[in-house]
Write a protein that binds this ligand. Structure first.
Ligand code: GAL
Length: 375
C-alpha cells in the first residue's frame, strides 16, 4: 500500500513535467540535456553547419567574477542544449590577463572564413581591479567547441579619431581641457562629452571597451560594438580581415547617451540596435535605434518590448539577437535576468522578434517554440 501511494504521488508530480511540450520558457529554469541548469550568461549564439552554439559566462553561486571561464552548449532545435564544456578556462597562472577571479563578460563568437578560425571576443576586467581595466580580449579556435587559445587583451584603437570626424571635429576635441570639466552631469560637461572629452583622455592608452557584441555584415566585414568612454558612448569598431584586431576605423553611436548591452541585427537592409541604460545588474527600459548604414546616422525609437514587464525589458538586459538560420525574417532576442545575490541563478529571456511596419517588436510570452519558424 505504501509503495502504491509513493508511486501515485511520484506520478502526480512527474506527469505534468513529462507532459510539458518542448518549448522555450522565458525566465524559467532552463536545464541542459544532463538535467543541469544552463550556465552561459551574457551570451551569444553562433550557427555553424546545422548546429547552434551558445557561448556564455560561467557564473558561480556567490560571485560574478570568473572562476571557471567561457562555456559552450550546442543544439539543433534551440530548445535542447548539450553541454560542450568550458571552451576558454580561466588561467591558474598569477598575473595572467585571465587569471582566476578576473571578470569575463558577454562573450561572442564569429566564424572567419578567411582563416577558418572561430574568433571569440569578450569584455575583460583584470583580477581585483573592479571594472577599471575596461579591456577587450580575443581568443581563437579551430572548432566551434574549442579549445580557444587566448591571444591578448587591451583597450581599443589608441591614437585614432572616429572615422567620420572632420578636421574641425578633431580640432574641437583636441582643445578640450580635462581640468575644466571635472564636475560630471553638468550641461557644459555633457556637451564636452559629446565633443570627445573622454575620447581625448583615452587617446594614448586606447578607448575603454565594456559591454559588447559582434556583428558580421553581408559583405563579410566584422564589427565589435562596445560601451566606451566610461559607458557614456557606444563605439562600432571595424575588425581586421582575420577578425582578431581592430583596424582603427570606428564610429561613435549616441554620444553621451549611456547605452550598454548592445544587440545588433540587420533586417530587410536596415540595421537595428537594441541597448539598455546603465543601471548595473538592475533592469531598465530597452532603447532601440535604426540606421540605413552601419556607420550611422542612427535614429532612436521607443522600446521594442511589449506586454508584461516591458518597461524593464521583462526584468532583463539584452545580450544578443540570434538570426534563425535560413529564415531572413526570424530573429530571437536574448536577454539575462541578472541575480547578483546568486549569480549562477540568473535566468534567460529568449523571445521572438516580430516586425510591425518594418519595426521590431518583442512581446512577452510565457512559453513559445522556435518550431514555428520552420513550419
Ligand atoms: C551591467 C552589464 C553587465 C555587468 C554589470 C556589472 O550593466 O551589462 O554585463 O558588467 O553591469 O555591474
Amino acid at each position: 500500500m505504501k509503495r502504491f501511494l509513493i508511486l501515485l504521488v511520484a506520478q502526480c508530480l512527474l506527469l505534468p513535467i513529462l507532459a510539458q511540450k518542448p518549448a522555450i520558457r522565458p525566465g524559467a529554469l532552463w536545464l541542459d540535456r544532463d538535467g543541469n541548469p544552463i550556465n552561459a550568461h551574457g551570451g551569444g549564439v553562433l550557427y555553424h553547419r546545422g548546429t547552434y552554439y551558445w557561448y556564455g559566462e560561467h557564473k558561480s553561486a556567490h560571485s560574478s567574477s570568473a572562476f571557471v571561464g567561457i562555456t559552450c552548449y550546442r543544439s539543433k532545435d534551440l530548445i535542447h542544449w548539450t553541454n560542450c564544456g568550458v571552451v576558454l578556462p580561466v588561467d591558474t597562472q598569477k598575473a595572467s590577463d585571465i587569471e582566476k577571479g578576473c571578470i569575463m563578460e558577454r562573450p561572442k563568437v564569429i566564424y572567419c572564413p578567411a582563416t577558418r578560425k572561430f574568433v571569440l571576443w569578450f569584455h575583460l576586467e583584470l583580477k581585483d581591479r573592479g571594472y577599471a581595466a575596461a579591456r577587450a580580449a580575443v581568443a581563437v579556435a579551430d572548432k566551434p567547441t574549442g579549445p580557444f587559445s587566448y591571444l591578448r587583451s587591451g583597450r581599443v584603437n589608441p591614437y585614432c579619431y572616429p572615422a567620420d570626424w572632420t578636421a574641425a571635429d578633431r580640432q574641437r576635441c583636441d582643445t578640450l581641457s580635462q581640468t575644466r570639466y571635472q564636475q560630471w552631469w553638468t550641461a557644459p560637461w555633457r556637451e564636452a562629452i559629446r565633443q570627445g572629452l573622454f575620447l581625448k583622455r583615452d587617446m594614448a592608452g586606447g578607448q575603454m571597451a565594456r559591454d559588447m557584441t559582434l556583428f558580421v555584415d553581408d559583405d563579410g566585414r566584422a564589427y565589435h560594438i562596445f560601451s566606451s568612454e566610461d559607458n557614456l558612448t557606444l563605439h562600432l569598431a571595424e575588425l581586421s580581415t582575420d577578425f582578431t584586431y581592430h583596424t582603427g576605423r570606428y564610429w561613435r553611436i549616441a554620444p553621451g547617451g549611456q547605452n550598454e548591452a548592445p544587440v545588433l541585427f540587420k533586417h530587410n537592409g536596415r540595421y537595428w540596435l537594441i541597448t539598455s541604460g546603465c543601471t548595473g545588474w538592475a533592469p531598465n527600459e530597452a532603447r532601440m535605434f535604426s540606421a540605413d548604414n552601419l556607420t550611422g546616422p542612427w535614429t532612436q525609437w521607443p522600446t521594442p518590448c511589449r506586454g508584461k514587464e516591458a518597461r524593464t525589458t521583462f526584468g532583463g538586459q539584452g545580450t544578443y539577437a540570434l538570426p534563425v538560420a535560413g529564415r531572413p525574417d526570424a530573429f530571437i532576442f536574448l536577454a539575462d535576468i541578472w541575480c547578483p545575490k546568486h549569480p549562477s541563478d540568473a535566468r534567460y529571456v529568449w523571445l521572438p522578434i516580430t516586425f510591425e511596419g518594418g519595426h521590431p517588436v518583442i512581446e512577452w510570452r510565457d512559453e513559445w517554440s522556435p518550431a514555428s519558424f520552420w513550419k
